[in-house]
Design a binder for this molecule. Structure first.
Ligand code: NDP
Length: 246
């Protein structure tokens, strides 16, 4: 295996950062398995990658279902014999003040952002250990480093994602690499799912200055492209001049 022909599974690849990362990594010469729930979007993505000369396949996947996550990893192993990188990117950001008591949305963020990541670790880590190599790239957030009004639960899930990934770094055997990528405001569908009117309003000004999902994909590409003895542990990448929402 060279540094440009890895087998890479990306969760949340149907839009935004995940889709941009799939295109970038396929362009780098890797084989990409693009996972998410919206299979039509994944099929369109893989068509586009093939048209550009890249190698990719779509995998319908709900990361909240641990058996689905394991099944996708097993399918990757049976088709390709190995899994080199898991980009754990699937996430939701349903911002609201705690007093809005949107308990089902808190649960959704915990299910996707925390349990979904853990299901990825549970599926991929045994493979990485058997291989003696592997790379977990977790897409966390600047929300893993700061809390602002409306972000308490989202930030809690991203603090957790940071902690899980850092814990794996400390525990993992040599040969297994671990990267947390923490984006600031990035152009994607992420904020479209916010239902709380106060949070929608707060986000309007905050998200006026964005960087492209391709910028995050480039950071992920950089981490993956390093030689095997170089472990890029964390990248925080924001729009220039970004400040917390006021
Ligand atoms: P998008 O909403 O565009 O993408 C989110 C992706 O997650 C989609 O592909 C969606 O696919 C997938 N997803 C959601 N729920 C599930 C699920 N249950 N199972 C599998 N996939 C799921 O937003 P982004 O690209 O911005 O988000 C990607 C990551 O980046 C997230 O973890 C987010 O928290 C993080 N991030 C984003 C920032 C930003 O400003 N955009 C800033 C900081 C971090 P589908 O619905 O088809 O399943």
């Amino acid at each position: 295996m060279t540094n440009t022909d890895k087998i890479i599974l990306i969760t949340g690849a149907s839009s935004g950062i995940g889709a941009a990362t799939a295109r970038r990594l396929a362009g780098d010469g890797h084989h990409v398995v693009a996972g998410a729930r919206r299979k039509d979007r994944l099929d369109e993505l893989t068509r586009r990658i093939h048209a550009d000369g890249g190698s990719a396949e779509a995998a319908e996947l709900d990361v909240t279902d641990p058996s689905a996550m394991t099944a996708v990893v097993e399918a990757v192993l049976s088709r390709h014999g190995r899994l080199d990188v898991l980009v754990a990117n699937a996430g939701v950001m349903l911002l609201s003040r705690l007093g809005a008591l949107l308990v089902p949305e808190w649960d959704r963020m915990l299910d996707v952002n925390v349990r979904g990541l853990l299901h990825g670790v549970a599926a991929a880590l045994p493979v990485f250990e058997r291989q003696g190599s592997g790379h977990l790239v977790t897409v966390a957030s600047v929300g893993a480093h700061e809390v602002v009004p409306t972000s308490a639960v989202y930030s809690a899930t991203k603090f957790a994602a940071w902690a899980i990934t850092e814990g794996l770094r400390q525990e993992a055997r040599p040969g297994i690499r671990v990267t947390t990528v923490s984006p600031g405001v990035t152009d994607s569908e992420l904020a479209d799912h916010i239902t709380d009117r106060y949070a929608q309003e707060a986000m309007r000004a905050y998200r006026a200055a964005v960087i492209s999902a391709d910028s995050i994909a480039a950071a992920i590409s950089y981490a993956i492209g390093q030689p095997p003895d170089v472990d890029v542990n964390e990248i925080v990448i924001r729009p220039a001049g970004q400040r917390p929402p006021s």
